[in-house]
Design a protein around this ligand. Structure first.
Ligand code: AMP
Length: 400
C-alpha cells in the first residue's frame, strides 16, 4: 500500500477525536468571547509571506512549499505556512479594520519531521484587529487560561516586550556590536545570521555554543521607553492578579519579522524539550502599513493543535458517555437510548469481550449491553470505572 509522505501524518481514533475536541473547545471559547470564524485559502501568493514574515526568516527562506502556476501571468504560489498574513489580507481587501477573528486549519512548512514537528500541522488561532493594548492582550491571555483549564493541562507563559520599531532598531545596533565582538565563538548558523543582518534571530538559537553568549547579551527590556514599559507592567500585573503562571523571558523574540511590543510563547513541562511550544503570538501593529493599508492595531496568537493533542491531559471526560454493544438484534430499543442523556457509541453483533476492549480504548465509562435480557425489557449496564454491573429495565435506565 502507498505510504504517507514524511511529515504528513494521519490522526484517527483517540488522536483524531482529541483534535476534534480541541477544535470544538476553542471554537466554543472563541464564540463566547465574540470572535468571528474565518476560512482562508490554503494556496496563497508567495509574496504575501515574503512581505509579512520577512525574507530572512527560516519559514520563508527554507520551509515554503512553493511552485509556479501557469496561466496568462505566471505566478509563484505556496501552501500557507501560517494564517495571520491571510487574515490581514482579508481585512485589508474587505475594509475591515476592527474585528475579532478566529480560524482553524492546516499549515505547511518544509521542516525536518519528528514527533510533534510535521510538514503539515494544524493551528487554531485568534486575531484581534483594531483594539489597543492592554485590552487585546488581556483577552487573549484569558482565552489561553480558560482553554488549558478546560482540558486540564498545566502551562507556562513566556512573555517579553520587544518594543516599538524604533526601540528595536536601536537595540539591534547594540546587539549587532555585541555579537560581532563574539563572532568567533558563535555557531556557524548564527554567524550566517549575523552576516545577513538577521540579528534578533540569533537570540532564538538552540545551539549549545550560542547559549552562553546569548545569556550575557544586552536585554531588550533595558532599551524600552517608558510607555512600552508601562504596557508590559500592566499586562504582567494582570497575569499575576489572575494567577496565570508566567515568566518574563528577555531573549524571547519569536521567529517572524512582523512582531512588536508584547510577544509570548506557551510551553508545557510534560513534553520533550525541543517541541515544547504549544503556541505563541504577539502584537503586529505595523503589518497593515507594510501592505499600504492604514496603521491598525493588531494582536494575535496560534495554538499548535497536534502538540496539544500529544500531551497528557487531566481532563475528566464526560461520565455520561456509553458504549452500546448490540449482542442480540433488539434494534427497536436503540432510538430511545440515542435520545437519552447517555451519549451513545454503538457496535453491532460484537462479543462482550470485544465491546469491553473498544470501550476501554475509547475512554468510555459505561457499557450497555443489548442482549437476551432485552426480550424482558431489560438491559445490562456495566460501570467500567467502578467495575460493577447490573441488569435494569430500559424504563428505569432512561430515567437515570
Ligand atoms: P508559529 O506560527 O511558528 O508561531 O507556531 C505556533 C505554534 O504552532 C507552535 O507553538 C507549535 O505549537 C505549532 N507548530 C509550529 N510549527 C509546527 C510544526 N512544524 N509541526 C507541528 N506544530 C507546529
Amino acid at each position: 500500500m502507498l505510504k504517507n509522505l514524511r511529515g504528513f501524518p494521519d490522526f484517527c481514533n483517540l488522536e483524531g477525536n482529541r483534535i476534534n475536541f480541541i477544535f470544538q473547545t476553542l471554537s466554543k471559547i472563541g464564540e463566547e468571547f465574540g470572535f468571528n470564524f474565518i476560512l482562508t485559502p490554503v494556496l496563497e501568493p508567495q509574496e504575501l509571506f515574503v512581505r509579512s514574515l520577512g525574507e530572512s526568516t527560516d519559514v520563508v527562506s527554507k520551509e515554503m512549499f512553493s511552485f509556479q502556476i501557469d496561466g496568462s501571468e505566471k505566478q509563484t504560489v505556496c501552501l500557507r505556512p501560517e494564517m495571520t498574513a491571510s487574515v490581514v489580507k482579508y481585512c485589508i481587501n474587505n475594509n475591515d479594520f476592527r474585528n475579532k477573528i478566529m480560524y482553524f486549519g492546516q499549515n505547511f512548512r518544509k521542516e525536518r519531521p519528528q514527533k510533534g514537528r510535521y510538514r503539515q500541522f494544524n493551528q487554531f488561532g485568534f486575531e484581534i484587529i483594531g483594539i489597543p493594548s492592554p485590552f487585546r492582550e488581556i483577552e487573549i491571555f484569558s482565552i489561553i487560561d480558560k482553554f488549558f483549564k478546560t482540558i486540564g493541562l498545566a502551562f507556562n507563559l513566556k512573555i517579553n516586550s520587544i518594543g516599538s520599531i524604533e526601540e528595536r532598531q536601536n537595540y539591534i545596533k547594540i546587539l549587532r556590536e555585541y555579537f560581532e565582538e563574539n563572532f568567533t565563538n558563535l555557531s556557524e548558523e548564527s554567524r550566517t545570521r549575523l552576516k545577513k543582518g538577521a540579528i534578533l534571530r540569533i537570540l532564538d538559537s538552540k545551539s549549545e555554543e550560542d547559549k552562553e553568549i546569548i545569556s550575557r547579551a544586552p536585554k531588550i527590556t533595558e532599551y524600552l521607553n517608558s510607555s512600552s514599559q508601562e504596557v508590559f507592567k500592566t499586562i504582567c500585573n494582570f497575569l499575576k492578579k489572575n494567577n496565570i503562571h508566567f515568566t518574563v523571558e528577555p531573549t524571547l523574540v519569536r521567529g517572524l519579522d512582523y512582531y512588536n511590543d508584547i510577544v509570548f510563547e506557551i510551553n508545557c513541562d510534560s513534553y520533550e524539550a525541543a517541541q515544547d511550544a504549544l503556541g505563541g503570538g504577539g502584537a503586529y501593529d505595523n503589518l497593515f502599513e507594510q501592505f499600504e493599508a492604514p496603521k491598525t492595531n493588531a494582536f494575535g496568537m496560534a495554538f499548535g493543535v497536534e502538540r496539544i493533542m500529544l500531551n497528557s491531559w487531566s481532563l475528566k471526560e464526560s461520565k455520561k458517555k456509553a458504549y452500546v454493544a448490540v449482542v442480540e438484534p433488539y434494534f427497536e430499543v436503540l432510538s430511545s437510548i440515542y435520545q437519552s442523556k447517555f451519549f451513545a457509541v454503538s457496535d453491532y453483533f460484537v462479543s462482550i469481550t470485544k465491546a469491553l476492549e473498544a470501550a476501554n480504548k475509547n475512554n468510555i465509562n459505561y457499557l450497555i449491553i443489548i442482549g437476551e435480557e432485552t426480550a424482558r425489557g431489560n438491559i445490562i449496564i456495566k460501570n467500567l470505572e467502578e467495575r460493577t454491573q447490573k441488569e435494569i429495565s430500559l424504563k428505569s435506565f432512561l430515567a437515570l
